[in-house]
Design a protein around this ligand. Structure first.
Ligand SMILES: NC(=O)c1ccc[n+]([C@@H]2O[C@H](COP(=O)([O-])OP(=O)(O)OC[C@H]3O[C@@H](n4cnc5c(N)ncnc54)[C@H](OP(=O)(O)O)[C@@H]3O)[C@@H](O)[C@H]2O)c1
Length: 296
């Protein structure tokens, strides 16, 4: 069975590639754009003809769609980019998949919700409050409207995972800020928004399960959720990371008000619907990530 993983050079996509390559009988190819990686094809997903040409040549049986512009502040200022990558590319992939009988498993976000009435089930009413969330919801709807018979949308919250650059994740970037802080300086950290940091290695295991279910003809449909269940703020995540990197937690200052930039939901906790995958405790997973990278 041939699997194409878009966003294979990204934080999540790299773990998905690792998880799928261990499965006998799967031929896995990645999609990349500005970065290069082994067994990845450079395809610009914002270019409809280039994307279709690749799909017609490679003819995947399953697409795991992880490519996106996922930074809310970048999205807020680049409406054309988020429209092309987060919405139109979903439409292109979903239409091709519907026609070819390919299964498409697309990653979406808890930011489709406004965070006022957690926890959220897949059929809870979405109400995004920033352009990134709006674009991801529009991408979900483009997939639904394509009439796909196989596949699902998997919503996940804030991600962290193995990386050579802590700035790649909104979680580990806090450790980067601590290491970069001049001696004696106090760092303000958001203590308002509740987040459920979720480990990309665990999400990759979920996606491997979803791909294997497609192979068995028992794939999940519609919208699914998978989320860590430990509530943190950026301030409390930073305190956990401070102990790993040797930063004095007394230098962290909680801020109990929304942060500047694109609006964020207060608490968009997702109710997990994909059963059977263990959730690595945050402290354990983040320590593995911080100790496994060359940043310390
Ligand atoms: N990170 C989070 O906290 C978070 C939270 C909730 C949901 N999500 C969702 O999870 C998924 C994965 O996110 P991530 O954190 O892994 O993202 P990421 O690390 O920012 O990676 C983005 C990926 O998209 C690729 N890409 C960018 N522009 C492209 C283009 N024009 N054509 C083809 N590929 C392109 C990038 O390729 P190059 O690097 O080669 O340019 C990269 O592989 C996304 O759907 C995101 O919305 C993420």
């Amino acid at each position: 069975m041939k699997v194409w993983v878009t966003g294979a050079t990204g934080l999540l996509g790299r773990e998905v590639m690792k998880a799928l390559r261990t499965v006998p009988g799967l031929a896995v190819t990645g999609g990349c754009w500005s970065r290069r990686a082994p067994e990845c094809e450079r395809v610009d997903l914002t270019d409809v003809s280039a994307t279709e040409a690749f799909l017609n040549r490679f003819r995947p049986d399953v697409i795991v769609h992880a490519a996106a512009e996922r930074r809310p502040d970048v999205g807020e200022n680049n409406p054309d980019l988020v429209q092309a990558l987060n919405v139109a590319a979903c439409r292109t992939l979903a239409r091709w998949s519907a026609e070819a009988g390919c299964a498409m498993i697309a990653i979406s976000t808890d930011y489709v919700f406004d965070g006022t009435k957690p926890p959220y089930a897949p059929d809870s009413e979405p109400h995004p409050i920033n352009r990134y969330g709006e674009s991801k919801l529009a991408g979900e709807r483009a997939i639904r409207d394509a009439g796909l018979e196989r596949g699902c949308v998997l919503r996940v919250p804030i991600l962290f995972g193995p990386t050579g650059d802590w700035a790649e994740s909104a979680v580990t970037i806090l450790a980067r800020k601590m290491l970069d802080a001049s001696a004696g300086v106090t760092l303000e950290m958001d203590n308002w928004a509740i987040r459920y940091p979720t480990y990309t290695t665990d999400v990759a295991a979920v996606l491997r399960t979803l791909v294997l279910r497609e192979r068995e003809g028992k794939g999940l449909r519609g919208i699914q959720h998978w989320s860590g269940d430990e509530p943190f703020t950026k301030y409390t995540m930073a305190r956990v990371m401070a102990s790993v990197i040797g930063f004095d937690p007394a230098r962290l200052q909680p801020v109990n008000a929304p942060s500047a930039g694109a609006p964020r939901p207060k608490d968009a906790h997702l109710i997990t619907t994909v059963e059977g995958i263990a959730k690595t405790p945050f402290a354990q997973a983040v320590e593995q990530v911080l100790r496994g990278t060359p940043n310390v």
